[in-house]
Write a protein that binds this ligand. Structure first.
Ligand code: ZN
Ligand code: ZN
Length: 627
C-alpha cells in the first residue's frame, strides 16, 4: 500500500484531475454494473481510488443513482477502504437512509462507533431519518442519548431531526417535549409536529400547531390535508385545500392526490373535476399516483367514461392504473367490462397483483358471474403464484352466497387454510338473508355476535333475519341483547354536494341550518310516493318499531340518504342528477323509495353506499336489485 501512496504523491496533479473529469463523464453515462466495474477498475489503475474527493464522487454516484441499483456496489467499495473519513461515513449513512434498507444506515453508524471514527454534527440528521423510515423508536431514543453525550444537544439541526424522528415513529409526546424545549424552532420542526399529531389521528392538535406556526410552506398545508384524508375527515381536507388556494400556495403532487381522493370519498364530482382541470391547466405531469386517484375519483362518482379518458392518457405500464379501472367497473356494477379489462391487461403483459384479484373477483360477485369467478380464483395460485388472502376468500363466499350456492360457500369456508374472520361470516349471513336460509343464518349470527360482541351491525343483521322469518320474539330478544351489551350501531351518514359545497346528514339529524325546509320537502315527497301506492317494507318496519327504540326508529323516515335527497331536490335544477354517498349499505326500503323518486320526479340519482353504486333512473336501479 505504501508504494502506491508514494506513487500517487509523486503523480502529476493535473494528470489526476484530467482523469477525474474523464471518469466523471463516464460515470454520468454509466447504466449497468458491468460498466460501473470498468470505471472502478480504471480508477484503481490510475490511482484515483486513493483520492478522497474522487472516491466520494464515485460513491455519491452509486448511492444516489435513480433507480437505486448500485447501492450494494457502494457498500462493497466502501468496505474495501482502509480509513474512510467522516465525510465518507456520513455520505454512506445518508445514501442508505432513504433506501429500502434504512437499517443499513444504523449499522454503518454502529461500525463507525466500533472503529472509533470521529463523527460530527452532520452524522445525526440522516441517521435519524433512517430511524424514521425504519419506524425504529428504540434506536431513536439511543441516538438521542448519544447526541447529548457527544455534546450536540444544542444544535438546531440535530434537535429538529430528533423532533421529526420522534413524531414520525409515533411518539409525538416525546417530540412535543423536545419541541417545547427547543430554543430555535424552524419550519421543519413545526411541520414535524403537525405530521406527528396527524399520524396518531389527533387532528385538533395538529390544526392548532398549523394555526400557530409563524410561517407555513407547502409541506405544512399538505401534511394537514393528508392527515384529514387519513382520518376520514374529507370535508375538512377540501376546505383546507380551498384555504391553500386562497393563500396562493401552489399545491404539490401529494396535496393534489390527497384532495382528489377526498373528493372520491365524498363523491364530490364538481370539485374533483375542478382539480382535474387545474392539473391539466398547469401542465402538471399525470404520474401514476395522480392518474390512479383521478381514475378512482371518477369511478367513485359513477363517471366511468371520464375515468377511462384519464386512463387513456396514462402510460399503460402500471398495474395500479389497470386495477383502478377494473375496480371502478366492479363498483359500478359492470362485471363484463371489468373482466375484459382484466384480459386486456394480461395481453399487454402486465401481471395482476392481489389487489387486482380482489377487484376482479368483486366484479364477478356483484354480477353473479360464478363460473368466471371460480376460474379466476383458482388461477391465482396456479398461474400467478399468488396465495389467496382472507379478502379473496371473502369475495368468493360473497359470490357463491349471493348466487344462492350457500352449501358451496359453507364448504369453502370449512376448507380454507385461513381462520375465517367476521367479514367471511358476515358475507355468508348476508347470503342467508337474501335466500331466506334462516336455520343456517341463525347459527352464523350467533358466531358473529360472539366474535364481535360490541359491533351493533352483527345484532341488527341477525335480528333482521329473524324478522324476515317472522320470528318476532327472537328478533326482539336479539335487539335487547344488543342493548345490554352496549353495542352501538354505526350512525348512518350521507353526503351530497350542492353548488360546490358538501353537505353532511346523519340519520335523524337536526343540525342542518335548513332542516325545517328539508323536512317539509321530504313530507311532500313522501305524500307523492303514497299517492303512487308506496308502502314501507313491513318486515323492516316491524323490527324497527320496538317500543324501547322508538326514538331511534323515528329516524327510519329520516334515514340520512332521504335527508340528502330532499335537500338535493330543494337546491338543484329540476332534472339534474343527484349524487349521494352513504357510509353504510343502503336499506331495502330506501332502495325502493329512491327507485320511485327517480321515476316520479324524472331524476337520475347516483348513490354510492359502503359497498357499491346504485344508478337510479326511471324507476330502475343499475344493480338490478342484486346487491
Ligand atoms: Zn334506509
Ligand atoms: Zn341498486
Amino acid at each position: 500500500m505504501a508504494a502506491v501512496t508514494t506513487s500517487v504523491a509523486s503523480m502529476d496533479r493535473s494528470f489526476l484531475e484530467h482523469n477525474l473529469s474523464d471518469t466523471m463523464s463516464c460515470l454520468r453515462q454509466c447504466s449497468n454494473t458491468q460498466e460501473l466495474k470498468q470505471i472502478h477498475a480504471r480508477m484503481l489503475k490510475t490511482g484515483l481510488m486513493q483520492d478522497s474527493s474522487a472516491v466520494s464522487k464515485f460513491l455519491s454516484f452509486c448511492l444516489f443513482k435513480n433507480p437505486p441499483c448500485f447501492l450494494p456496489y457502494a457498500q462493497m467499495v466502501f468496505d474495501s477502504l482502509h480509513h474512510p473519513d467522516t465525510f465518507l461515513w456520513n455520505l454512506m449513512i445518508r445514501g442508505f437512509s432513504s433506501s429500502n434498507e434504512p437499517e443499513r444506515s444504523i449499522l454503518l453508524y454502529r461500525q463507525m462507533l466500533c472503529r472509533s471514527a470521529p463523527l460530527n454534527v452532520y452524522t445525526f440528521p440522516f441517521l435519524l431519518k433512517a430511524c424514521s423510515n425504519e419506524s425504529a423508536f428504540g434506536e431513536t431514543k439511543q441516538i438521542h442519548a448519544q447526541i447529548i453525550k457527544f455534546g450536540y444537544a444544542g444544535d438546531v439541526y440535530a434537535t429538529n431531526s430528533m423532533i421529526n424522528a420522534y413524531a414520525v415513529t409515533g411518539n409525538v409526546q416525546f417530540a412535543h417535549r423536545l419541541f417545547d424545549r427547543s430554543p430555535l424552532r424552524d419550519i421543519v420542526s413545526w411541520n414535524s409536529m403537525i405530521k406527528g399529531y396527524a399520524k396518531v389521528g389527533k387532528m385538533g392538535i395538529a390544526l392548532k400547531f398549523f394555526q400557530n406556526m409563524p410561517e407555513k410552506n407547502v409541506i405544512s398545508w399538505t401534511t394537514l390535508i393528508s392527515g384529514y384524508v387519513q382520518a376520514g375527515m374529507n370535508k375538512e381536507a377540501l376546505d383546507l385545500f380551498r384555504g391553500m388556494q386562497n393563500a396562493d400556495v401552489e399545491p404539490d403532487h401529494v396535496s393534489l392526490a390527497n384532495v382528489i381522493s377526498a373528493c372520491a370519498q365524498l363523491g364530490a364530482l364538481e370539485q374533483g373535476k375542478w382539480i382535474h382541470a387545474y392539473v391539466s391547466k398547469r401542465s402538471i405531469r399525470l404520474d401514476s399516483v395522480l392518474g390512479c386517484v383521478l381514475i378512482d375519483m371518477y369511478a367513485k362518482c359513477g363517471e366511468m367514461e371520464e375515468a377511462l379518458s384519464v386512463f387513456r392518457k396514462m402510460k399503460k405500464d402500471s398495474v395500479q392504473a389497470w386495477t383502478a379501472v377494473i375496480s371502478g367497473f366492479a363498483c359500478n356494477g359492470n362485471g363484463r367490462a371489468a373482466l375484459s379489462q382484466f384480459m386486456e391487461m394480461q395481453n399487454m403483459g402486465i401481471e395482476p397483483n392481489e389487489i387486482t384479484f380482489t377487484a376482479v373477483l368483486t366484479a364477478c360477485s356483484y354480477n353473479g358471474l360464478v363460473g368466471e369467478g371460480k376460474l379466476l380464483f383458482r388461477s391465482m395460485e396456479r398461474s400467478y403464484n399468488l396465495k389467496p388472502t382472507i379478502e379473496h376468500y371473502g369475495c368468493m363466499v360473497d359470490l357463491l352466497g349471493r348466487a344462492g350456492r350457500i352449501d358451496e360457500a359453507k364448504e369453502l369456508i370449512e376448507n380454507m387454510p385461513l381462520k375465517p374472520n367476521a367479514v367471511i361470516w358476515g358475507a355468508l349471513l348476508k347470503a342467508c338473508q337474501i335466500h331466506k336460509n334462516v336455520e343456517l343464518g341463525e347459527r352464523i349470527g350467533e358466531i358473529l355476535m360472539r366474535m364481535d360482541p360490541h359491533h351493533g351491525g352483527r345484532y341488527v343483521h341477525t335480528a333482521n333475519l329473524y324478522a324476515m322469518a317472522r320470528k318476532w320474539d327472537r328478533a326482539v330478544e336479539t335487539r335487547r341483547r344488543m342493548k345490554d351489551q352496549g353495542a352501538l350501531k354505526v350512525p348512518g351518514r350521507s353526503t351530497i354536494s350542492v353548488d360546490g359545497t358538501v353537505h353532511v346528514f346523519f340519520a335523524g339529524d337536526r343540525s342542518h341550518p335548513e332542516i325545517e325546509g328539508i323536512h317539509s320537502k321530504w313530507k311532500a315527497i313522501r305524500a307523492k310516493l303514497g299517492e303512487k301506492g308506496y308502502m314501507a317494507e313491513a318486515e323492516d318496519m316491524r323490527i324497527d318499531l320496538l317500543e324501547e327504540e322508538r326514538e331511534v326508529e323515528m329516524a327510519m323516515e329520516q334515514h340520512s340518504e332521504r335527508l340528502a335527497i330532499a335537500y338535493g331536490m330543494m337546491k338543484s335544477k329540476a332534472g339534474s342528477t343527484l349524487r349521494i354517498v352513504k357510509n353504510l349499505r343502503v336499506c331495502k326500503d330506501c332502495h325502493t323509495v329512491t327507485k320511485l323518486i327517480s321515476k316520479i320526479y324524472q331524476r337520475d340519482i347516483v348513490m354510492r353506499d359502503r359497498i357499491r353504486f346504485h344508478h337510479f333512473s326511471d324507476g330502475k336501479c343499475s344493480c338490478g336489485d342484486y346487491w
